[in-house]
Design a protein around this ligand. Structure first.
Ligand code: NAD
Ligand code: UDP
Length: 319
């Protein structure tokens, strides 16, 4: 049985990855310190004999007793309000955490895949974003703690590959959504859906002309799985190229949820990228991958998930 360590296991993407690898017959070791995750996301896996969970902060020295075939490093705050609230932990998990995990991968002879992000392109001047674009990041802006941690993460991963011959993979993930996103993590999809369910107006930041391209979680997990098993070392964009303005998206959510609320406008956060769309030609070519779940279908499934939350969860506010 192949063994895979998944960090960020109790988070949104990590929990879906744990499920996928269990389904493929792997032994899965999940690791998380619950800083933005929730044990509820993986509680259904605790009785599975192929699943083990270790509560640990990966920015501290990591000890794993068994051998490992693969390591997937997904631990990191991932929403703008999370990484603005815990900026130092964000920098540490991308830098020190990645260093610890690369050391572990080297000691175990494991292949390591890191979760990078479209944020390495910053507020992009090239559109759509191709992997060879170097990006436009404000290092000292509030989002810099996340963007630069991820850029460092890519650099140190390539250094371990070049210097130590470690097997490494880098996925640049574009906005991904689906069940188990945290309702109050501030990202636009849980924000709008929570507002619709609570009967509040939908908050569009800026004039809503900024764009994003949303990928359903099952498509994202499939892309990551294929990349891990491929022999491609350099970064690969995985996302859904179907781009929409945030204002049009808010209108879609109003229709989908049937809410009577309206759109209200708030200030655009500092350095909020004005446009974002992945060029996925590389993923198509080397992984034979492209997304199959359109926004209408994916949003419906996601809304059903949020509708199933209790009132306590719906009205809980951490921020
Ligand atoms: P999430 O917040 O739901 O999950 C992150 C998990 O990492 C949480 O369970 C959190 O508790 C854990 N974590 C954070 N710091 C940790 C530490 N020091 N030690 C151990 N665990 C720690 O976020 P997500 O959306 O699932 O994102 C997962 C990964 O994918 C992140 O690395 C993120 O940067 C990347 N990513 C996600 C998206 C997206 O659209 N969802 C886009 C780009 C990149
Ligand atoms: N956004 C918004 N209203 C909200 C939350 C977010 O208009 O209540 C906007 C945000 O300014 C950004 C887009 O939606 O332009 C996507 O934001 P998110 O935090 O989901 O992700 P990211 O900015 O990292 O792509």
């Amino acid at each position: 049985m192949k063994k895979v360590l998944i960090t960020g296991a109790s988070g949104f993407l990590g929990s879906h990855l744990c499920e996928r690898f269990l389904k493929e017959g792997y032994r899965v070791i999940g690791m998380d310190n619950f800083i933005t995750g929730d044990s509820k996301n993986i509680s259904h896996l605790f009785n599975n004999p192929s699943f083990e969970f270790i509560e640990h902060d990966v920015s501290e020295f990591i000890k794993v007793d068994c051998d490992l075939d693969y390591i997937l490093h997904f631990a990191s705050p991932a929403s703008p309000i999370d990484y603005l609230k815990i900026p130092i932990q964000t920098l540490k998990v991308g830098s020190l955490g990645t260093h610890n995990l690369l050391g572990l991968a080297k000691a175990k002879g494991a292949r390591m895949l890191i979760a990078s992000t479209s944020e390495v392109y910053g507020d992009p001047l090239v559109h759509p974003q191709t992997e060879d674009y170097y990006g436009n990041v404000n290092t000292i802006g509030p989002r810099g703690v996340y963007d630069e941690a991820k850029r460092f993460q890519e650099s140190i991963t390539m250094a371990y590959h070049r210097f130590h011959g470690l097997e490494t993979r880098i996925v640049r993930i574009f906005n991904t959504y689906g069940p188990r996103m945290r309702l109050n993590d501030g990202r636009v999809i849980p924000a709008f859906m929570g507002q619709a369910l609570r009967g509040e107006d939908l908050t569009v930041f800026g004039d809503g002309s900024q764009t994003r391209s949303f990928c359903y979680v099952d498509d994202q997990v499939e892309g990551i799985y294929r990349l891990l098993l491929s022999d491609y070392v350099e970064p690969v964009n995985i996302g859904n190229p179907h781009e929409i303005t945030i204002k049009d998206f808010a209108e879609e959510i109003i229709k989908l949820t049937g809410t009577n609320q309206k759109i209200i406008y708030k200030d655009l956060p500092v350095n909020d990228p004005l446009q974002r769309q992945p060029d996925i030609s590389l993923a198509k070519k080397i992984l034979n991958w492209e997304p199959h779940i359109g926004r209408a279908e994916g949003m419906k499934k996601t809304f059903e998930y949020f509708q199933g939350l209790s009132n306590d969860e719906l009205y809980k506010s951490e921020h």
